[in-house]
Design a protein around this ligand. Sequence first.
Ligand SMILES: Cc1cc2nc3c(=O)[nH]c(=O)nc-3n(C[C@H](O)[C@H](O)[C@H](O)COP(=O)(O)OP(=O)(O)OC[C@H]3O[C@@H](n4cnc5c(N)ncnc54)[C@H](O)[C@@H]3O)c2cc1C
Length: 412
Amino acid sequence: MIIVVGGGPAGMMAAIRAGYSNREIILIDKNFYLGRKLLLTGGGRCNLTNTCSTEELIGHFSKTGNFLRDAFKAFASKELLSFFEERGLKFKVEKNGCVFTIDNKASSVRDILANELKKLNVKILFNQEVQKLLIDKEKKVVLGAALTSGNAVLGEHVILATGGVSYKETGSTGDGIRMAEEIGHKIVPLRPGLSALNVEENYPKLLEGLSFEKARLTFTALNKKIFSKEGTLLFTGTGISGPATLALSAKIADALAEDKKIKLQIDFLPDMDFNTAEKYLIRAFNNAKRKNVKNILKSFVPERLADTILELSNIFHGKDSNIITVEERKKILSFLKNFTFSISKDVPFDKAQITRGGVSIKDIDPKTMESKKIKGLYFAGEMIDIDAECGGFNLQGAFSTGFLAGKSAATN
Ligand SMILES: Cc1cc2nc3c(=O)[nH]c(=O)nc-3n(C[C@H](O)[C@H](O)[C@H](O)COP(=O)(O)OP(=O)(O)OC[C@H]3O[C@@H](n4cnc5c(N)ncnc54)[C@H](O)[C@@H]3O)c2cc1C
């Protein structure tokens, strides 16, 4: 019997691949349904993989990406897309090679996996939580899994695919990482990845929900630029989010962990240098005759940002543009080109899409995903110390490691 713990993308793919061997497979998940986090991916559209080459795929992972070479050799994006295509999924390739379902529904991906499990007669235990692994400590062999209900499931192979610790409401609460540690595996400290960032100031509350298709984010420490990126920016109630923020969040979290004080400067007009933006503003103020300053600013930025800028600059919203002083204009300009926030120390796990850290790759055989410490135990997905940028890479990592773990368990 092969026991798979976790019904996310990694666990489902592991159970499917193992299921092709005609072995008895049991999949256990603590939720009432499969792929709870998968349904949230890509804003509900599921960016399931990326069309880039395997070498590029590895490059999109952080330092531990090389560990995935064998998993990608066994099952990379080409094989993943064939798997889904053969089972009726239609998909489209968007910007930067990101692959989405054509119907924009993550549920289409989940349903194909669930149907395949059914077809293969994989037994699924829903609403059952694995509490600990049963191990023969002397022989260092896995014997099965003990459930919180008091029951146990016995099997000669266990694949742990319980995910990380972000979005805990989806069931990913780090149980597998804890269980792996309890039986001697090294755990690389868990940190949030692809996360929104909080700021110390209160104004994001006024800007919550505003999104900017193109803004430049520049992060500084001790007045020195450390990271900078242009992209879509979204204000949350407590800070910022959006692709550019998520992409830089891991580096920011690491810098904060080194006790650096980090400032963020937002340039809302990244296509104009400071002088051009100033000329634009002067022309707009002069040409507008007796228009009030807020109405002019609204042609540059959304109304709520215009209000906030005027508030922070101490300028009356209804003031005529032709009596704005040079000093006031410079203040407005500095908010448009260089709106500064202090990044708060806590990078929120509850807003992180992924978990960095997890079971150390040093304790896992990359050719099989089997533990180097306990025979018959395999790992797959986000609970391993692997993490990547946005772009479908994390799901591909989960599917590939799941596939290899399932294949190895079925053939060992
Ligand atoms: C909002 C959001 C959007 C995302 N969008 C994308 C995207 O578009 N593209 C992309 O590549 N990645 C995306 N990701 C990341 C991606 O979802 C994860 O990397 C992926 O789901 C990891 O798969 P997994 O199977 O390892 O773990 P999970 O998907 O976390 O699955 C783990 C499963 O294990 C179960 N489990 C946990 N503990 C136990 C236990 N003790 N007993 C029984 N069952 C247990 C859980 O209930 C859960 O179902 C996104 C993540 C989030 C949060």
